[in-house]
Write a protein that binds this ligand. Structure first.
Ligand code: DGL
Length: 244
């Protein structure tokens, strides 16, 4: 283990769901969480705005002791992971909607993601590459990430029927880390399997940093450090996730 941090970055609280998966798998690493809650949600903004906000956040992140950064945000990954990788030499791991594992099961797949994610060339390519295996419908619940951000302590306040499209699907892909807080509810809403990109992202991080999973229940977890003005909100999210 090194003394440098694996930094998680998201527009707000969504990326805490990825951090949680990572802490469970690699409990002895050092983690720092950076949520740009003041500017969340990102998903209805233009590519230029999202890139500008992400670059500003990375300028702060780069001043910390960084071992790697996980962009725990589908929107930022889709719009500007390549631009960020050109600027920084530390490893940057992104997250993408888990379309592939859903599509290989065939049938009707619903991809839920932010507008920016769905409009990005990166995700359009991902959809096209998997369209031969399944019928993929895409939908952007415009206010859902913002609703999660505001109601992180009272997720029961969120009415899924006002955000989600009607229909019958064989699987749903959660292409936004904010939606993962509602994973169980979305699964019962559509009565089907739900996929997300968290496990794949954590696997990939482990591979590039050469970290081994520790499934031993007794291993003590390193508590993540929450950075900046958003500290309070993110810590609440983390506590909520710990209880799940
Ligand atoms: N959690 C982010 C994602 O995975 C962004 C949501 C937002 O800020 O709109 O896309």
């Amino acid at each position: 283990m090194t003394e440098n941090y694996i930094v998680f970055f998201d527009s707000g609280v969504g990326g805490v769901t990825v951090l949680r998966e990572c802490v469970k798998r690699y409990p002895t690493e050092k983690y720092l969480y950076y949520g740009d809650n003041e500017n969340a949600p990102y998903g209805n903004r233009s590519k230029e705005e999202i890139t500008g906000l992400a670059k500003r956040a990375f300028e702060e992140i780069a001043c910390m002791r960084v071992r790697a950064v996980v962009i725990a945000c589908n929107t930022v990954t889709a719009e500007c992971v390549d631009a960020l990788r050109k600027i920084y030499s530390f490893p940057i791991v992104g997250i993408e909607p888990a379309i592939k594992p859903a599509a290989v099961c065939g049938g009707k797949v619903l991809l839920l993601a932010t507008r920016a994610t769905l409009e990005s060339e990166r995700v359009k390519r991902l959809i096209a590459a998997n369209a031969c295996n399944a019928e993929i419908t895409v939908y952007s619940p415009e206010n859902l990430a913002g609703d999660v951000e505001r109601n992180i302590e009272n997720l029961d306040n969120i009415r899924l029927s006002s955000h989600l499209p009607k229909g019958e699907f064989d699987s749903v892909v959660l292409g936004c880390t904010h939606y993962i807080y509602l994973r169980e509810k979305i699964a019962s809403y559509y009565k089907c399997r739900v996929f997300d990109g968290n496990a794949g992202t954590v696997d990939h991080l482990g591979k590039i940093l050469n970290i081994c999973s520790k499934n031993d229940e007794k291993t003590e977890q390193n508590e993540p450090y929450f950075y900046g003005k958003s500290k309070k909100v993110n810590q609440k999210a983390y506590l909520i996730l710990k209880r799940l």
